[in-house]
Every structure is written in structure tokens, then in C-alpha cells.
Write a protein that binds this ligand. Structure first.
Ligand code: ADP
Length: 401
């Protein structure tokens, strides 16, 4: 099946056309500056050449139309008719408590995504605009919404509640939702394949470590706990996010720096984490360069990150009563060997031990544990677009039956 995967932001729109049988990316690209002027960057699989066009994109509708036009282009495109696109998979950030799986988009589904806007005011509205624009341009092509939160809906209530008055959960649905669900789900399926064991029999801890980072305990294929919470600010310190902290700091900073709560939260989202501690950068590669130059605060930032990952892994092993494999994925997890090494150091007593030689590889699917380790440590490059395409294919096929 040929699935067009769409990830719509407020002024940008990423796309990939995937063949779900081969997993091949037929074409991909990005529309930027929507509502300002409009730039389309496109790569087809006929050559690796990247094309860049200035195209007026007053709204997402023109953006989608230009994606379709370039896909149909005899030279730069990869299809000869729009009917070759069997379905569209839309990434949607928040599905609240409505969605525990991806879903075929209907009017009712759109209303529920709309109802989740208060939970993700920056993300759900552009996701909805992307869906509407696609429906206008592509008509009856089946469309599926794939939520970042859906995979985590299996968490037991004791894992997702915050210990604040229960009425706030009832009134506002304040609880842990978790994000990066598509990535955690994808790498857990890949891990089961690598290990040659059914996912239902496995206890896994998946570490999605990128600019945004989260960890997930996956028990028998189901999300059992995860580090991101009501918003992506919870959990690990990240590129620019603080991760979890004593909430009393928010009032203290507000009072002493004369800031509103929203301004403090903005600092915790955009100026904290690796950037805030190091004062150098949010990018782990820049931190490594600074550490090589003897920058103590860059080293402190990375130490704090690694310690947080280790603490969460430890708590998830305790929660699940063991672990069969720990998976590292996303930009940092796939590439940064020092993070993997430091996180897994001194965990031999739990059966975890990395092979330093195997750990040298980057960005490649492999088992990096020493041969006799009881717990396998795996590096698995994530592929959220392929997961979205596969979910879309599954639902569209189910609907046909
Ligand atoms: P996101 O999708 O959350 O924006 P990514 O998963 O692309 O983020 O991860 C981005 C992070 O991965 C950056 O901090 C970057 O420094 C880090 N990264 C990418 N390549 C490497 C590498 N070779 N070594 C260390 N870190 C890397």
C-alpha cells in the first residue's frame, strides 16, 4: 500500500510517501513558511537530488496541493496519478483519553481531536488544519490519525495519576499521558523481532533520547509507564526542557524574577535542560565538543542527563519485576556511545553489561551487550513515519473487511 504520511505544524508540513510492503520511502519533503510565503523542499527516490521551490502557500491547503503536484511531476515526482495514493496517515499529538489506538478519521474523530485542544494547544490545532487541508485537496482518500499519546493509554491508573486532589483529574483530565508513543511502539516491535521472541512475553525499556526525550516501560507489548507526563516537560532533562522538578520552584522563580507562571514554564521548556545547565547548547554534539575542551558545565549537563536515564531505567525494572532488553533510539540514543555507556555502567548486578567494541557503532540496528549478559541492550533506529504508514494500512484494510 502507498501511504502518504503527514506531520503538520503551525507553519510547516512534513511529508513522506511510503510503500508499506517494502518499507521504501518513495519521496519525502517539507513545506515551510506556510502563511508567510512558502518554500517546498522535496526529494524523490529516483535520485537523491533535493529540489527547492518557492511556492505561495497562504494556507496548508496550498501546501498539500504543492506536495501532490510535486509527487505527480513527471521528472521530480514518483506517481502518475493521485489515485496511486491509497491512504493518508496523519500524525496527531494528543488523543487524550479518547484514543488508545490509531483511528480512521471521521467527523466524530475530528470532534474528539478538537476536544483535546486544551491539552495540546500548540500542536492539535495545526494537526487538525493539516487534516482538513488534505481532505479538501484529496477528497475521498481514506485518512487515519496516529496519536503520540495513544500507545500509553494502557498504563494502569496508579501509574498515570498525579497525587493532587482527584477532582482535578475528573474536571480537567490532569494525568500522565506520555508522548513519543509511535516511536516506543515501533522500536518495541523491532526489538521483539531482533530477539526472536513474541512481544507479549517481553519486558522492555525503550529509551527515546533525542532533543526531546522519554523512556517507556513496555510490559507484554503494552505501555506500562512512561516518563513524559501531562505535557512533554515531565521526566528527563532534555535539550532545552528541565524535566521533572520540585513544582515549588515555579512559584519561587515567579516571585523573585517577577515572572508570570507562563513565563516560568517557557523558561522550563525552552531555556533549561542541557542548554540551561551547560550555557553552551542544547545539542549533544556541541556538548561533546565543549567537554573535550574542558567545559565543566557541559560535562555536568551530560552527567545529569545520564543519571536521570539510569534512575528511570532502575525504577522501571523495579516496577516490571525485571527486564529482558533495554533499547536506545532517536538522535542521542542511536548515536551517542558515551550516553549509552554511562547509563549502563555499574548495572552488571542487574544483568546489564555493554560490550565497548559493539558500542562504537552508530545509527545501526544492533545488540551491543556482551555475549553473556542476561539483559540485551539494543540500538534500534526509530522510524515513526513507517509506524504511521503501517498503522494506516492496518486500519484501512480492517475497514474494508
Ligand atoms: P528530535 O527528533 O527530538 O528533534 P533527534 O532524535 O533528531 O531529535 O535528536 C537530536 C539530538 O541527537 C541532538 O541533540 C543531536 O546532538 C543528537 N545527535 C545526533 N547525532 C549525534 C551524534 N552523532 N552524536 C551525538 N549526538 C547526536
Amino acid at each position: 500500500m502507498k501511504v502518504l504520511v503527514i506531520n503538520a505544524g503551525s507553519s510547516s508540513l512534513k511529508y513522506q510517501l511510503l510503500d508499506t510492503t517494502s518499507g521504501e520511502v518513495m519521496a519525502k519533503g517539507l513545506c515551510e513558511r506556510i502563511g508567510i510565503d512558502g518554500v517546498l523542499t522535496h526529494t524523490g527516490n529516483k535520485s537523491d537530488e533535493k529540489f527547492k521551490f518557492d511556492i505561495a502557500m497562504p494556507t496548508h491547503k496550498e501546501a498539500i496541493q504543492s506536495v501532490i503536484n510535486v509527487l505527480l511531476d513527471p521528472e521530480k515526482g514518483v506517481i502518475s496519478s493521485m489515485s496511486e495514493i491509497d491512504a493518508v496517515g496523519h500524525r496527531v499529538v494528543h488523543g487524550g483519553e479518547f484514543f488508545s489506538d490509531s483511528v480512521i478519521i471521521t467527523e466524530k474523530v475530528l470532534k474528539a481531536i478538537e476536544d483535546c485542544v486544551p491539552l495540546a494547544p500548540l500542536h492539535n490545532p495545526p494537526n487538525l488544519i493539516g487534516i482538513e487541508a488534505c481532505r479538501e485537496v484529496m477528497g475521498d482518500v481514506p485518512m487515519v490519525a496516529v496519536f503520540d499519546t495513544a500507545f500509553h493509554q494502557t498504563m494502569p491508573q496508579s501509574h498515570y495519576m498525579y497525587a493532587i486532589p482527584y477532582e482535578y483529574y475528573q474536571k480537567y483530565k490532569i494525568r500522565r499521558y506520555g508522548f513519543h508513543g509511535t516511536s516506543h511502539k515501533y522500536v518495541s516491535q523491532q526489538a521483539a523481532e531482533m530477539l526472536g521472541r513474541p512481544l507479549e512475553d517481553l519486558k522492555l525499556i525503550t529509551c527515546h533520547l533525542g532533543n526531546g526525550s522519554s523512556i517507556c516501560a513496555i510490559n507484554g507489548g503494552k505501555s506500562y509507564d512512561t516518563s513524559m507526563g501531562f505535557t512533554p516537560l515531565d521526566g528527563l532533562p532534555m535539550g532545552t526542557r528541565a524535566g521533572n522538578l520540585d513544582p515549588a520552584i515555579i512559584e519561587f522563580l515567579s516571585e523573585h524574577e517577577n515572572l508570570s507562571a507562563a513565563q516560568v514554564i517557557n523558561i522550563l521548556n525552552k531555556k533549561s535542560g542541557m542548554l540551561g545547565i551547560s550555557g553552551v547548547s542544547s545539542d549533544f554534539r556541541d556538548l561533546d565538543t565543549a567537554i573535550d575542551d574542558g567545559n565543566a558545565r557541559a560535562a555536568l549537563a551530560k552527567d545529569m542527563f545520564n543519571l536521570s536515564v539510569k534512575k528511570i531505567i532502575g525504577s522501571y525494572i523495579a516496577e516490571m519485576g525485571g527486564v529482558d532488553a533495554i533499547i536506545f533510539t532517536a538522535g542521542v540514543g542511536e548515536n551517542d556511545r558515551s550516553v549509552r555507556w554511562d547509563v549502563c555502567e555499574h548495572m552488571e548486578y542487574l544483568g546489564i553489561k555493554i560490550d565497548p567494541e559493539k558500542n562504537k557503532y552508530r545509527g545501526k540496528q544492533m545488540d551491543i551487550s556482551i555475549d553473556y549478559a542476561r539483559v540485551r541492550v539494543l540500538v534500534i533506529p526509530t522510524n515513526e513515519e513507517l509506524m504511521i504508514a503501517k498503522d494506516t494500512e492496518r486500519l484501512v484494510n480492517e475497514a474494508k473487511q
